[in-house]
Design a protein around this ligand. Structure first.
Ligand code: ADP
Ligand code: ASP
Ligand code: MG
Length: 481
């Protein structure tokens, strides 16, 4: 029986005619090696942002720039089609399919202008267009490279709830539908080229899985088929010791385990969407992250959680450092909180009611304050919700104040070896201290695979670079005894 590979191409990997050409070659080569290949694609880089900006402008009554957006989208996709698809009929058909989607953008934006608002449902209809345009291009480019392909929207088989902009798949129905749609194609030797990022409700209304969600789409499809492996093709040589855009000396990690990548992804390493990990881990599917622009590089392989535990790989206890920017710390403080049950529950209930999730929590042991991070843009909404929830306690002065810092960043160091290595936090703090970085708060995950530190926004780069030095030195603490 032939093995099945699901491959996802990110925005840069399909962002130009040259990139699409390489992607088509990768598809052709993988088809030879694997026999059964499913392709998942993102929108061309920058397209989702452009689409969402148009919808946002339309909601403010501004549609002057729509013609410009329309031509930009046409130029981008058509020039790629012209240079990639030699077969004239196929080229024209592809351009017509793309054009129809561009026209639907215009109609959607006009409707949004009339309504004067863009509902999450309308935003998803608009955001979905990038991936929907791209499948036609990539399928045609691969077909021109000699592969039998079929472009197919995941709206036909990834079934989600109606939580627009952050929809959750119904795995049971998705499993049935995905197998029904994709297996006959695979049996016929056809490579399905499908949309990342999007799904649809049972009623067929388009949803999206959240920004950067194409990785998750690949994991969903891979886990329900099931595939043997999922490969994420991106624009760097795999998962690295830090974001190479911030730290040019960052190195590729040949291996990383699921716990480690989960922490890295959750704490801001954009290279993999955090939701990608669970479906592949649970289905026991291999995951690899590799570079479209350097396809012979092995990239990063995910390994079972137990494998490197306790034994620092290549002498590295801390393997990678990452940062989430544009956060603020909210503190609720007051001597009257001491021993009062339920303060934390009510506080997080108030935050949850604003639809915000909290990436980091610290609590002073005295129970006189609770402190947590939230995305900066949600600060005012959350402060209002908290003031409302604790109105009585504030009046009675049991709570003295609820306040927020200026912008901060959460810096996280990750490595499974830290669990068995004493003194890691000491080294981390001295390194930051030596570089003049003040730590405002700390949190350590219960898995002990990561330590997160809160620093002032202005210190972000300095902190990441300082901690990266520790990693590169291959610093090793002698395990005592
Ligand atoms: P794609 O469009 O292929 O999904 P993304 O831009 O979403 O690509 O993710 C890839 C980017 O993630 C890289 O270009 C890199 O700048 C960034 N990145 C952040 N942290 C890391 C890391 N630890 N390792 C590799 N890349 C990282
Ligand atoms: N195109 C979507 C985005 O920009 C999804 C993705 O690229 O993964 O968020
Ligand atoms: Mg991405």
């Amino acid at each position: 029986m032939q093995k099945t590979l699901v491959m996802k191409f990110g925005g840069t990997s399909v962002g130009s005619a040259d990139a699409l050409k390489i992607a088509a070659q990768i598809i052709r080569d993988s088809k030879k090696d694997w026999g059964r290949v499913v392709v998942v694609t993102s929108a061309m880089s920058g397209v989702t942002d452009l689409l969402l900006d148009s919808a946002a402008s339309a909601s403010h009554g501004k549609i002057d720039s729509l013609t410009q957006t329309e031509s930009a989208l046409r130029a981008r996709h058509f020039s790629a089609a012209d240079s990639l698809i030699k077969n004239e009929n196929l080229r024209e058909k592809t351009k017509q399919e793309i054009n129809a989607l561009i026209l639907s953008l215009v109609n959607l934006c006009k409707a949004i202008t009339v309504l004067g608002e863009a509902s999450p449902r309308a935003m998803d209809a608009v955001a979905s267009l990038g991936e929907r345009m791209c499948i036609h291009l990539l399928a045609a480019a691969a077909s021109d490279a000699g592969i039998k392909t079929q472009d197919i929207e995941t709206t036909e088989f990834v079934v989600t709830n109606s939580h627009f902009q952050n929809a959750h798949p119904d795995f049971k129905t998705t499993t049935e539908k995905t197998r029904e749609k994709l297996i006959p194609l695979l049996d016929a030797g056809i490579v399905p080229v499908t949309t990342g990022f999007i799904g649809a409700t049972l009623e067929g209304v388009v949803t999206t899985l959240g920004r950067g969600g194409s990785d998750y789409s690949a994991a969903i499809i891979g886990s329900v088929l099931p595939a043997d492996e999922v490969w994420i093709w991106t624009d760097v040589d795999g998962v690295m010791t830090a974001d190479p855009r911030l730290v040019p000396s960052a190195q590729t990690l040949p291996e990383i385990n699921y716990n480690e990548i989960a922490e890295l992804a959750y704490y801001g390493a954009k290279v993999l969407h955090p939701k990608t990990i669970r479906p592949v881990l649970e289905a026991g599917i291999g995951l690899r992250i590799c570079n479209t622009f350097n396809p012979s590089h092995p990239g990063t392989r995910l390994t079972a959680n137990g494998k490197s535990n306790g034994k620092p790989v290549n002498g590295r206890v801390v393997k990678a450092v990452t940062a989430i920017r544009k956060q603020r710390l909210i503190t609720i403080e007051g001597r009257g909180m001491l021993g009062v049950p339920g303060v934390a529950a009510r506080a997080f209930g108030a935050v949850a009611s604003t639809g915000t999730s909290v990436p980091l929590i610290t609590q002073a042991s005295s129970e006189q304050s609770i402190c947590f991070a939230v995305p900066a843009e949600m600060t005012q909404t959350i402060l209002s919700a908290l003031e409302k929830t604790f109105a009585a306690e504030i009046t009675d002065q049991d709570i003295d104040r609820v306040w927020a810092t200026d912008d901060i960043s959460i810096i996280t160091v990750v490595g499974a070896g830290m669990r068995h290595t004493p003194g890691v936090s000491g080294r981390v703090f001295s390194q930051l201290g030596n570089h003049g970085v003040n730590v405002l708060a700390i949190a350590q995950g219960s898995s002990e695979v990561s330590i997160s530190l809160v620093v002032d926004a202005a210190d972000t780069e300095n902190a990441v670079k300082a901690l990266h030095e520790l990693i590169i030195e291959g610093y090793r603490l002698k395990v005592e005894g």
